[in-house]
Design a binder for this molecule. Structure first.
Ligand code: IMP
Ligand code: MG
Length: 177
């Protein structure tokens, strides 16, 4: 697409996602084995769906998965700062090891809201795996346990991420020109 400039190529994303899956496998091997609790991976719709699909195939442990829908931006490029749950997972996460998988963290408002929501259900553990983090240096109220890439303060699209619902199908991460 000629209105998008490639920032992170398909190959670079694939390598990093594989490494994240391997790291999660290593970290959860003991947890998942004793006591025998499966991991529950929860992908945040819609943006994380491509990353989520690739990531889970690199986690070599028993797991179940679900999705949560949260909207905070609507179709605007600026945050409205009021996240709402648009799709609730049906999985009971109480006493489970939960990994929330999200596409990008900017202000952290979306994740802060989601973590509070999930923590109230008393999971055995709750970790965050994020593909992209914007604007490093800005303090975040949430702890990102697994991070794909740090990027500059740009609006990015592709690999699941959209601008007004477009560009999710691009295999790379790019910026609008
Ligand atoms: P935060 O609440 O400010 O951290 O924003 C995070 C949410 O906004 C994510 O769930 C994304 O869906 C969306 N978002 C933030 N930055 C971008 C971007 O550059 N491209 C596409 N979506 C973005
Ligand atoms: Mg989104």
């Amino acid at each position: 697409m000629n209105d998008v400039k490639v920032l992170i190529s398909e190959q670079v994303i694939a390598k990093r996602v594989k490494a994240l899956g391997e790291q999660i496998t290593k970290d959860y091997e003991t947890k998942a084995a004793k006591p025998p609790k499966p991991i529950v991976c929860i992908g945040v719709l819609k943006g994380a769906f491509v990353f989520f699909a690739d990531l889970i195939r690199h986690i070599e442990l028993p797991l179940t998965l679900d999705f949560v829908g949260v909207s905070s931006y609507g179709n605007n490029l600026a945050s409205s700062q009021k996240p709402t749950i648009t799709f609730a997972p049906s999985t009971t996460i109480t006493n489970q090891h939960v990994i929330v998988v999200e596409d990008i963290v900017d202000t952290g408002i979306t994740l802060e809201f989601l973590l509070k929501h999930f923590k109230a259900q008393k999971p055995a553990s709750l970790k965050l795996c994020i593909l992209l983090r914007k604007d490093l240096g800005k303090p975040l109220k949430v702890k990102v346990d697994y991070l794909g890439f740090e990027i500059d303060n740009l609006f990015v699209v592709g690999y699941g991420l959209d601008a007004a619902e477009r560009y999710r199908n691009l295999p790379y991460i790019g910026k609008l020109t």
